[in-house]
Design a protein around this ligand. Structure first.
Ligand code: ADP
Ligand code: MG
Length: 256
C-alpha cells in the first residue's frame, strides 16, 4: 500500500460576507497517496479553488480536518506544498532566472546547490537559453513551464495546480499539459490538478474526483488506468480515453 500523504475528513467551508453566507464545500472526504496524480473536476463555482486554498493552508476548514502525514495541516507545514495558478504571475521586472529563484530567495533557501538544481531544471525543460529574457519575451507555453520550474524550485512534495492551462490556446495547452505531466512524473511529485476540462483530467490523472455544483460535494471518484508508459498526449489516442471521457461527461451532466 502506498503511503498516505493527505487525508481530508468531512471537510466543509463557507464564505461569510456582508451579503451573507456562501457554502462552498460540504462533507469532502478523500485520501491522496504519494506519487499520485489526482484530478478534480466540477462545474464553475463549485468550490475547486477553495479546496486548493484549504489544501495549501491559505484557508482553514470550517468543518472537519485535513491531515498531512497524519498530522493536522497548519500554515507552517504548507512549505511542503507548492501552488501553481491559472495565470503564471511571472514578474516582468525580473529575468526568467530571477523569477524561478524567487521562492528559494524569499524563503532564505537559495544555497549554491539549490541554484544549481534550478538551473539544471531550466536546461532540462528547454528554458536555459531564455534565462536572461523577460517573461514577455516568452511564448505562453514557455511561461507556463517557467512557472512550473519556479514552483518546483521550492522542492514541494505536493503540487497544487489550479487550471494551469486555461489561459493557453488549445494547441499549446495540449503540449504544455503533456510537458507538465511528464515533468511532474520525472520529478516524482504528487500532484492535484483542478480543471473544468474533462479531457485534461483523463489525460493526466490517475484518479478523478467529480464534484457537484456548489456547495461542492463528492459525486464520484473514478480510477483512471492506462499503460504506464503512455504520455498524456498518447493517452488521448488510446481506446480507453473516450470511455473515461464519456463516463465523466455523464457524471457531470446528470442531476439528481
Ligand atoms: P471554482 O474554483 O470551482 O470555480 P471557487 O472555489 O472559486 O469555485 O468558489 C466557490 C464559491 O464560493 C463560488 O460561488 C464563489 O462565488 C464563492 N467565493 C469564492 N471566493 C469567495 C470570497 N472570497 N468571498 C465570498 N465568496 C467567495
Ligand atoms: Mg477556480
Amino acid at each position: 500500500m502506498e503511503e498516505k500523504l493527505l487525508e481530508l475528513r468531512s471537510v466543509g467551508y463557507s464564505y461569510h460576507t456582508m451579503q451573507g453566507e456562501t457554502p462552498a464545500l460540504h462533507n469532502i472526504n478523500f485520501t491522496v497517496h504519494k506519487g499520485e496524480f489526482l484530478a478534480i473536476v466540477g462545474p464553475s463555482g463549485c468550490g475547486k479553488s477553495t479546496l486548493l486554498s484549504l489544501l495549501c493552508g491559505l484557508l482553514e476548514p470550517e468543518h472537519g480536518s485535513i491531515l498531512l502525514y497524519g498530522q493536522k495541516l497548519y500554515q507552517k507545514s504548507a512549505g511542503n506544498i507548492g501552488y501553481m495558478l491559472q495565470h503564471d504571475h511571472l514578474f516582468e521586472w525580473r529575468t526568467i532566472l530571477q523569477n524561478v529563484l524567487l521562492g528559494p530567495e524569499i524563503a532564505g533557501k537559495l544555497t549554491p546547490a539549490r541554484r544549481e538544481a534550478v538551473e539544471q531544471m531550466l536546461k532540462t525543460y528547454g528554458l536555459y537559453k531564455f534565462k536572461d529574457a523577460r517573461p514577455s519575451q516568452l511564448s505562453g507555453g514557455m511561461r507556463q513551464r517557467a512557472a512550473l520550474v519556479r514552483t518546483l524550485a521550492l522542492e514541494p512534495e505536493i503540487l497544487l495546480l489550479d487550471e494551469p492551462f486555461s489561459a493557453l490556446d488549445y494547441q499549446t495547452r495540449l503540449t504544455v499539459g503533456d510537458d507538465i505531466g511528464s515533468i511532474i512524473k520525472k520529478e516524482h511529485k504528487t500532484a492535484i490538478l483542478v480543471t473544468h476540462d474533462l479531457s485534461e483530467a483523463v489525460s493526466l490523472g490517475s484518479r478523478v474526483i467529480v464534484l457537484t455544483a456548489r456547495p461542492g460535494t463528492i459525486k464520484n471518484i473514478i480510477n483512471i488506468k492506462f499503460p504506464e508508459y503512455l504520455t498524456p498526449l498518447q493517452r488521448r489516442n488510446a481506446p480507453e480515453f473516450k470511455d473515461y471521457f464519456n463516463q465523466l461527461w455523464k457524471e457531470m451532466n446528470e442531476h439528481e
